[in-house]
Design a binder for this molecule. Sequence first.
Ligand SMILES: Nc1ncnc2c1ncn2[C@@H]1O[C@H](COP(=O)(O)OP(=O)(O)OP(=O)(O)O)[C@@H](O)[C@H]1O
Length: 251
Amino acid sequence: MLEVKNVTVAFGGLKAVNDFSMTISQGKIHALIGPNGAGKTTLFNTITRIVNPHKGDILFKGKSLLKLNTHDIIYRGISRTFQNLQLFQAMNVFENIYSGLIHKYNDSLFSVFSKSKSNFDKEVRDKVLEVAEMFDIKNRLTSYPSQLTYGMLKRVEMARAVISDPDLLLLDEPAAGLNYYETEEIKSIIQMVNKRGKTILLVEHDMNVVMNVSDLVTVMNFGKKIAEGTPEDVANNEEVVKVYLGEDENA
Ligand SMILES: Nc1ncnc2c1ncn2[C@@H]1O[C@H](COP(=O)(O)OP(=O)(O)OP(=O)(O)O)[C@@H](O)[C@H]1O
């Protein structure tokens, strides 16, 4: 479904991503892991067209994404969440979720502010309610981000990414900042979303999440792929163990 082909991204003399390739197959939960500075976010930002690669190509369903800008990828069926939540503080949960869909209705963020909930089309309301139900936030639709726990905010952000019905969902550290119970919840949510037909690329530091939900894991270090396989394969890979133990020793 998504093919990253020999991608290199350099910042000055530093190759943050170095001749890197990976393939994400339809229907899978595929994790991308690696120590701090490995190049995960840079690769993620290249796929989502925030960063331009110096070499290589990224194909989605056989077509290159490189000519698109970041606002266009949603039309191709790709949507994402952010490492640092990017919800609109002045909008309530309903409006935040709807903001993931406005491109389909030729609507603008400005007009979302000026509507009361009853002024949204029935189709829009039904869609927001359906997604809110899926993420168990239906009773918080009139709350504002500042009134919600971090775990709930993560669910709102994921709901906003899913409402456009993407084929590929990119999750940037969905478990970061969550407590034990919220992490367990997010694991079930990721699996539920995947069962509903979404292919998922997950960048995540929490190994409990990675090992429990992923079908396939790709490990990156210094911009290069150092291992790929099932969670069990990579957990037993000598180079991966060395990289992670090395990180612990330096911690
Ligand atoms: N805009 C930038 N300008 C210069 N260097 C950058 C830039 N973005 C990233 N880098 C460097 O590229 C390398 C890869 O960084 P990146 O953020 O992609 O790693 P990461 O694997 O996502 O790390 P983390 O897990 O800490 O988020 C690092 O050495 C980083 O300092």
